[in-house]
Design a protein around this ligand. Structure first.
Ligand code: ZN
Length: 426
C-alpha cells in the first residue's frame, strides 16, 4: 500500500484536530484581552505558550521593557515559539495579535463566553483575531502530528497592542531584532481577511492635529474676541469643499477592499473647542479649538505631497480670514506597504487556497493598517502578507463570529503553505 503524501497527511491531521482547534479558539476568546487598557495579556501569552510547548516549540516570553505602556497593572507580554526542523532556514513566522477592541454594545451573546453554536464561534476577537491564532497554532500542530519534520523552521508569536499601533508588540520585537530579516524569511499574519483572500498591504496613514488660536472675550460682545471655533469651521468647510472631492477622485492600483477604500480618504477623529459643553457655562469667546484628522493616503500620493496639500489648504484658509491663526502637528505617519510582486509567499498561499477551497484566491489590500508595516519597515522582511479565517466586515462588530469551516480551511491553507515555504517534501 502506498503511503499517502505529506500534504494528504497534514490535511487529515487538521480535520482530526478540528474539535481541539475550536476549543482552543474559544479558550482564547474567554481571556478578555481588551485594549485599551491591555487586560490579561500575560494570561493569554501563557495560554498560547503552553500550547506551543506541548507542540514541541521552544517558547520565549518578551516583556516590552522600556515602553511607557508596559506597566505593572497592564504588562505588555509577547510570546514567541520556535520549532526547528532539519535546519533553521527557511523560517516561516506566523504572527497574531492577542488584543481585542472593547466589546461595545449590541451583543446578544456573552462577548467573552467563547460560545460555539450553529457552526460558528462567537465572541469579541472571534475573527479579529483569535481564530487566526488558533489556525496558526494548529497548522503547525497538524504538521507535527502528521509526522513531518520540516526542512526549515516554523515560528508562532502572539503579540500585544496591534489595535493601538503595535508599538509594544510587533514593532518592539522587530526593534529587539527578534523579528528580523536575519531570522525570518516569511511572515504570515492571520488577520481576518476572508478565507480565500490574501492581503498584500495597505494604504498610508497620516494622523495630524490642527489647533486654531483665537482671543478670549465676553460672550455678549463677541466682536471684541476672536473665536477659535469659528476659524476651525472655516478650515473644516474648506476640507469638505476642496479636499474631499479631490481625494474621492484619486484611486490606487493597490487592490484595497472594500471598493470605497480604493481612494484616498479623510476622517475627522475628534474636535474640541471652547468650554466643555457638559460643564457650567460662562460667557466667553473660545480662544482655542483642536481637531484630530485621519488621512489615508495612496502609495501613488506619497506622504510629502499628502502633507503639503494639508499645509496649502490651511494657508488658503488663513489668507481668507486675516485673524485665523493655526498650528499643524503630525501625530502619526505610516507609509504604505506592499508585498513584492512575485513573492513566493503569495504564490504558496494561492496554491494552498486553490487546493483546499477548490477556487482561486483573490489578492486584496486592507483598508486599515496592521502589523505588516512593522514587519516590513522595522524588521526589514518584505515577504509578509495577511491571510486568515473570518470575515473582515465582522471585525470590531457586536456578535462577532468566525465560521468553523473557515477556521479549519484557513488552518489547512496555512499548514500547506508552511510545508511549501520550508521546501519540505516529506
Ligand atoms: Zn486584527
Amino acid at each position: 500500500m502506498a503511503a499517502s503524501s505529506p500534504v494528504d497527511r497534514v490535511l487529515a491531521a487538521v480535520d482530526a484536530a478540528a474539535d481541539e482547534l475550536v476549543a482552543f479558539t474559544s479558550e482564547l476568546i474567554r481571556v478578555p484581552t481588551v485594549n485599551p487598557p491591555g487586560d490579561a495579556y500575560a494570561h493569554c501569552a501563557r495560554l498560547i505558550g503552553e500550547r506551543l510547548s506541548a507542540g514541541a516549540f521552544d517558547v520565549e516570553y518578551h516583556a516590552a521593557d522600556g515602553r511607557p505602556e508596559h506597566t505593572t497593572a497592564h504588562p505588555r507580554i509577547n510570546v514567541v515559539g520556535l520549532r526547528r526542523g532539519r535546519s533553521l532556514r527557511p523560517a516561516v513566522h506566523l504572527n497574531g495579535h492577542v488584543d481585542v477592541v472593547p466589546p461595545g454594545s449590541g451583543w446578544t451573546v456573552d462577548p467573552f463566553g467563547g460560545i460555539v453554536k450553529d457552526g460558528r464561534i462567537y465572541g469579541r476577537g472571534a475573527c479579529d483575531m483569535k481564530a487566526g491564532i488558533g489556525a496558526a497554532v494548529y497548522a503547525a500542530e497538524a504538521i507535527r502530528r502528521a509526522g513531518i519534520d520540516l526542512n526549515g523552521s516554523v515560528e508562532i508569536s502572539g503579540t500585544v497592542d496591534e489595535e493601538s499601533g503595535g508599538f509594544a508588540g510587533v514593532a518592539w520585537l522587530a526593534q529587539q531584532k527578534r523579528l528580523s530579516a536575519e531570522r525570518q524569511d516569511f511572515v504570515i499574519i492571520p488577520e481576518p481577511l476572508n478565507v480565500d483572500r490574501i492581503c498584500i498591504g495597505h494604504r498610508g496613514v497620516y494622523w495630524f492635529e490642527v489647533t486654531t488660536h483665537g482671543r478670549i472675550g465676553h460672550g455678549s460682545m463677541p466682536f471684541l474676541g476672536v473665536s477659535a471655533i469659528e476659524h476651525m469651521g472655516v478650515i473644516l468647510d474648506r476640507m469638505r469643499r476642496e479636499l474631499m472631492p479631490a481625494l474621492a477622485a484619486r484611486t490606487t492600483d493597490l487592490p484595497v477592499v472594500p471598493e470605497g477604500a480604493r481612494h484616498a480618504t479623510f476622517n475627522i477623529n475628534g474636535i474640541q473647542g471652547g468650554q466643555p459643553v457638559s460643564g457650567i457655562q460662562t460667557p466667553c469667546v473660545a480662544d482655542r479649538c483642536r481637531a484630530v484628522f485621519d488621512r489615508r493616503f495612496l502609495p501613488e500620493e506619497g506622504f510629502d505631497a499628502t502633507k503639503a496639500e494639508i499645509q496649502a489648504l490651511l494657508e488658503r484658509a488663513a489668507a481668507e480670514v486675516p485673524q485665523l491663526a493655526y498650528e499643524l502637528r503630525d501625530l502619526m505617519v505610516v507609509h504604505p506597504v506592499r508585498t513584492p510582486e512575485g513573492s513566493p509567499l503569495v504564490a504558496a498561499l494561492e496554491r494552498g487556497v486553490q487546493r483546499v477551497l477548490g477556487r482561486p484566491a483573490t489578492r486584496v489590500a486592507s483598508p486599515g493598517t496592521y502589523d505588516h508595516k512593522h514587519v516590513d519597515r522595522i524588521a526589514g522582511i518584505p515577504n509578509c502578507v495577511a491571510y486568515g479565517p473570518g470575515i473582515l466586515d465582522l471585525a470590531h462588530q457586536p456578535d462577532e463570529w468566525c465560521g468553523i469551516d473557515d477556521l479549519v480551511n484557513a488552518t489547512k491553507v496555512l499548514a500547506l503553505s508552511v510545508l511549501e515555504l520550508t521546501q519540505t517534501s516529506g
